[in-house]
Write a protein that binds this ligand. Structure first.
Ligand SMILES: [Zn+2]
Length: 153
């Protein structure tokens, strides 16, 4: 499965960002926005004193919700300036995270294609092809990527 490989590559490349993969629910449709987000965060923080990791990625009412922690590295000297810089970087990343969540909201959860207009009763973004899964008992199961498989390698 293509999306699963992409997510594994992401976990391998950005190990420090994904400290607790079991707290992350990733769906196939979200992979591209997540790949872009990780690259943006890396560029923003490279060579700097701060460390970033995702604390949670989860689905709520069909929408992607991402939370993260940005903090001083273990050896960092903390000053008023670095505190200000940390706040600035946090805000910057919050904006990127919001943009990634928005990108996910317009993509089919299962395949990442442009989602059809959502039904009022069920706002999960799904393309026409995958809209049938709304009728399944667990409409999300077919797009879900199980990150814990990583631990078995
Ligand atoms: Zn789809």
């Amino acid at each position: 499965m293509q999306a699963e490989h992409q997510v594994r590559a992401l976990l391998d490349r950005y190990t420090s960002m994904f400290r607790q993969p079991d707290l992350l629910d990733v769906y196939a449709g979200w992979v591209s926005p997540l790949v872009a987000l990780c690259a943006e965060v890396e560029v923003l923080l490279v060579g700097g004193p701060f460390v970033f990791h995702f604390t949670r990625i989860k689905e709520k009412f069909g929408q992607c919700r991402i939370s993260f922690v940005l903090e001083h590295g273990p050896d960092a000297r903390r000053t008023a300036e670095t505190e200000d810089e940390l706040e600035r970087c946090t805000k910057e990343i919050e904006q990127r995270v919001k943009a990634a969540q928005c990108a996910c909201a317009s993509r089919c959860l299962v395949c990442g294609r442009t989602a059809a207009a959502p039904a009022a009763c069920m706002p999960t973004p799904l393309c026409k092809l995958h809209a049938w899964s709304e009728d399944q008992r667990d409409p999300w199961s077919i797009g879900k990527i199980h990150l814990t498989v990583r631990l078995d390698r």
